[in-house]
Design a protein around this ligand. Sequence first.
Ligand code: C2E
Ligand code: CA
Ligand code: CA
Length: 782
Amino acid sequence: MSRIGLRRYPPWMSAAAVAAIVLLAGARLITLSAAEHAAELRRAAQDVMQHHVHLIEVQLQALLERARQESRAAASADMRGTAAASLPAIPARHAFWTADSGSLLGAGDADPSISRALVSEWLAAPPRERATAGFLGPVRYGSQWLVAAQLPVESSARSPASGRARAFAYEALEDLLVRADFGRLPSEGYDFELLAPRDAAARPLLRSRPAALEAPVSGEVRPAGAGRSAGAYLRLAIRPRSGWYPMGSIAAEVTLLALVTWALAFGVYDLAYSVRHARRALTTARERLRAVNARLSTEIEQHDALQRNLEHARYHDAATGLPNRRYFMGQLDRALRELHARRRQCLGIILIEIERFTLINDTLGHTAGDDLLLQAAQRFAGILEGTEYSLARWGADQCVVLLSDVESAAVVRATAAALHAARQELFSLRRHRVSIATRIGFTCIARGLRRPEEALREADVALSVAKRQPAPLAVEYTTELGDAAVSLVNLEADLHLALERGEFGLLFQPIFELRAAAVAGVEALLRWRHPVEGMLSPERFLSIAEETGTIIPVTRWVIQQACRLIDDWKASLPRDAGFFVSVNLSAAALRDPGLGQHVRQTLAATHVAPRYLKFELAERGLIENVSGTRAVLAELRSMGIELMLDDFGTGYSSLSHLQMLPFDYVKIDRPFATRNERADSAVTAAVLQMSSSLGLRSVAELVETEAAARSLAELGCDFAQGYYFSAPLEAAEALQLLRRTPAPATNVGATEAPVAAPAAVRSADETLILEVPPTMMLPEPP
Ligand code: C2E
Ligand code: CA
Ligand code: CA
């Protein structure tokens, strides 16, 4: 039963094949055993037949002997001189004498008709046979067969009768057979047939059954002393009554064979069926396994792809595909180690910030900034080509470059200058041509072991200095810058006492209404008169105050001061003079749960109407906690205090996003920041338009030139402030300004931006590289 056979044929065919083979083999075996059995029977029958032939022969022999006695008796009678024709002696029973001619000489009790019948039989035989001694018949007489023996009477030579007389002895065949114990043959289980072979037709003399025997065992009865060449006298054929073949046992064997065949066929069928079934189940299981395997490998592939994506996401910025901070820090860490191991000469870190990033997002769509950053990064990469560098996105609007192996600081400086110059070419963004301004802080690290954070902080300090400059430029980190930053740490302790010691003060920067060309209000700006550091601007201490929580009492103090001042100013100004004082609120100050209460109480205590007070909130920090902020702002707004969104354009959010907060004004940070006035006006116009459509009044901040002021007026900006109009002033000066209503813009403060040009070197492409302490870069107006 091969696999193929099983697969190809149904189980019943295997069973049929097995049945056929078993049947054939069984039949052959049964045939052989039957033949063997038949041969055995035949041998036994042969023996039985021989035995009976012998018994008959003995009886025939006896008959001949009787005939011989009769012959002798006849001879002795003859010797006594009796003529053959008239033999006086009487033959014994069933015997008679005849003359050669056939005439009866002595018959005794022999039936004359029997005698005649026998004699005529004898006479019918051929002469040669007639002359010799032998047997006659069997001769039919009535209903019986007679057997007879005859021989010539042996007489003396003298006797005339000698040779002329014959002695006959006869007997009924049945009697002879009885004596020969023939009756035993049927009782031994044989059918028989006794034939007379000398007849041409081989007449049957005696039969145990009416029909002739089929395939009998036969033997010839040849009694000795017959002296004849005529052949056998009788033929005996026998055959077992049950036949040669044992039908009963054959039937039993056939039945057994059938049973065995059936059992085997059934077994094979069952086996084939089970194997087939098992094979089918196996195939199904194998297929299922294959499917599971396939699914598993797909899942593994997906998992791998996901892993790769995750790995990529870990080290890349989702929006631009640029490497991210994590990637950069890894690179920097390695570069610093190699530098320490003196495998590198010097390395440079350059932090680049793109200005007005949010404006671009707001005007051109919220992913435009990312596109811009990507384009800028590509442009930077083009400039860096040929050097060993890493470039990554640092902040929303920042890129950072690592120059892993440079010969000297001069190379880093030159590279920073080249990157700074890259901004001059316009960028194509959503079918617009956009110019950008970049501020760069960089550092060059030549030796010493520094942690990546430390190294980056140097570039960051330099960038924060660059950001404080009126014009976009690149600033290199120096130890002095670092020291100034470090000294901030010491300020923390002093800050706690500053309020008690009365070291805080306020300056007021006028805000002009452009259409009326008059001062509309002032912005209160905090100053710390530090006993050692001198006058400190908020940028130096504000972050510490916010981190330590000092901002809360300081803010309360500023609100109090502002309200008191408003009260004073109201008294000294005409009754109808409308003005306001706007106070800056840090996001950290909004965490003061009593802020609203404090404002309410202060307004009440100083008898100031809420319209005199406004609050400015920078977008940075607000978006982090919109829901919390909204509640505080709503409370202030509900008191009737107007709110200004400060520093718009420096953060990351969009106007529409901030629209969720209840602002009345938007302060646009440095609307003309670049030298490309046309591009700037397009962006500013868009922001102004959007503000007005959102129902916000606009205040332009940090306006430093007449051109900018004029453009703003033309573009429909509502308010403006900046050095062009006036630097922050002491309270008294601010009051004087308020008294002159309406005041022409040109009359106010300095006509030039009162920036004391810092001691700076100009690189070939006019990039300013500052080499002065930071305090010198933030001059207060006179
Ligand atoms: P700010 O609200 O944007 O204030 C304007 C800053 O720009 C002021 O710096 C002002 O002196 C300066 N400025 C005004 N006009 C010009 C100009 O034409 N050109 C340039 N380059 N600068 C100009 P200041 O006073 O150093 O204040 C810095 C920041 O500190 C403020 O930015 C404000 O966010 C924050 N601040 C000031 N006072 C307070 C305060 O009382 N509380 C809180 N929380 N923050 C304050
Ligand atoms: Ca402000
Ligand atoms: Ca501002």
